[in-house]
Design a protein around this ligand. Structure first.
Ligand code: AMP
Ligand code: GLY
Length: 418
């Protein structure tokens, strides 16, 4: 079977690598892919943008692709699945209506309120004046969120009224995030430990993946600005059986029922972003994709044939996923300056990473040379019996990946209670 993976990050490299291990995978095209996917067994990069639906459709028809696996949220929210209807291809990912769970924070909040899913209280605004007036009536800290997709930058948690007023001006009056910020939410600030719970959602059930956590702050000690994630480990030390069954009962099952009530047939990945306090979760967000870099750890942990799992789910058969009993960990190597401005085009030197798996994220092959092309450039991953083993091994090897001004955290694997 020929498969097309949409995306270009570390998550998509890990997905393509794992799919390629399946006997049934004949060829894996990655659009557009990166400097890592281009060298992976059975994988071929194709130079098509993730939002160029017409070119994607033509490629699928020309190359008899049977399955499309969509990595990032943008093409899902913009309706890649809807666009490919009638193409005789299976698409793993929700349609544009279902993807509103991630694409519109107001849609998802209303969905949660409607289905009694635990989440922070919030009010919605489409006029800056009313949003600002509301700030006088509430206690800080608060959370401000742009309704639409803003490349992970649309949320401000603040204790400062002036900062909140400035954010409203920037986002609503000066369109900092374009249309995505024309409507906003002002949300109650939640406290606790953040936890991601991911898996596959079908109309009848949710198939959870092994648990994982990512390390969002840039710097050691969980300090500094938020990033997409500077490392991850699996399983999560914060998950326990009681919490898991609570999540299933209070969050997962009502989400399945809520989708059914809205007549939505959801087939795809689902990532619940949760805040857990006193072993009780509240939903921060839904994502209709897998996490990055969590996926890199999860693909290392998964024993089962990933392609068979995806195909079973699309045929409404509930697969049993086997997971490695040990642990896996990944450390992100990023360009200095990230998550703000950083240099691209830095020449990369790759030494011997031993038994680590190096997933590329922001790399590109240019004139037969590997150069940086993004903020998060690689993640170095290892699977072993314990997190301590992983940590020791990865940090022994990490200096074999080098480029000018590269940075990484030195404490991935440490446990921070927040
Ligand atoms: P979101 O895109 O909604 O997940 O928000 C991005 C990040 O902002 C989350 O990962 C949290 O760290 C933080 N955040 C979002 N909503 C809240 C909230 N209600 N209370 C506290 N922190 C939040
Ligand atoms: N690592 C967090 C995310 O993918 O949203």
């Amino acid at each position: 079977m020929k498969i097309l993976v949409i995306g270009q990050g570390g998550r998509e490299h890990a997905i393509a690598w794992k799919l390629a291990k399946s006997k049934r995978a004949e060829a894996i095209f990655v659009a557009p892919g990166n400097g890592g996917t281009s060298h992976e067994e059975k994988c071929v990069n194709i130079d098509i943008d993730v939002l160029d639906f017409e070119a994607i459709k033509q490629f699928i028809l020309d190359h008899s692709v049977s399955l499309v696996v969509v990595g990032p949220e943008d093409p899902l929210v913009q309706g890649i699945k809807d666009y490919l209807i009638g193409c005789d291809v299976m698409v793993f990912g929700p349609d544009s209506v279902a993807a509103q769970l991630e694409g519109s924070k107001i849609y998802s909040k209303e969905f949660m309120f409607e289905n009694n899913i635990p989440t922070g209280e919030a009010k919605f605004f489409s006029e800056a004046r009313l949003a600002k007036e509301y700030l006088d009536k509430i206690n800080f800290p608060i959370v401000l969120k742009a309704d639409g997709l803003a490349a992970g930058k649309g949320v401000l948690v603040t204790e400062n009224r002036q900062e909140a007023l400035d954010w409203i001006d920037d986002v609503m009056e000066n369109s900092k995030f374009g249309d995505a910020g024309q409507k906003i939410l002002i949300e109650e600030c939640l406290y606790g430990t953040e936890l991601s719970f991911m898996g596959i959602m079908t109309p009848d059930c949710f198939i959870p993946f092994e648990t994982s956590i990512d390390y969002k702050p840039l710097l050691d000690g969980n300090k500094g600005p938020n990033t997409g994630g500077m490392g991850c480990m699996s399983p999560s030390p914060f998950m326990n059986d009681e919490l898991k069954s609570y999540i299933v009962k209070e969050v997962v099952n009502p989400t399945i029922d809520g989708l059914r009530k809205r007549g939505i047939n959801y087939y795809g990945f689902m990532y619940f972003g949760l805040m857990v306090k006193d072993n009780k979760p509240k939903v921060l967000e839904y994502n209709c994709r897998l996490g990055d870099p969590e996926t890199q750890c999860l693909m290392m942990q998964m024993e089962s044939d990933f392609l068979e799992i995806l195909l079973s789910c699309l045929e409404d058969k509930k697969p049993n996923i086997e997971w490695n009993t040990g642990a896996s960990m990944g450390v992100v190597i990023a360009s200095g300056g990230y998550p703000n401005a950083y240099q691209k085009g830095e020449k990369i030197t790759l030494g011997d990473v031993g038994d680590c798996k190096l997933f590329h994220a922001g790399t590109q092959s240019l004139n037969n040379e590997l150069v940086t092309s993004g903020g998060r450039v690689f993640s170095l991953n290892y699977q072993s019996k314990t997190i301590d083993d992983c940590k020791k091994y990865i940090y022994e090897k990490i200096s074999s990946v080098d480029f000018s001004n590269c940075i990484h955290r030195t404490d991935i694997g440490d446990i921070y209670e927040s």
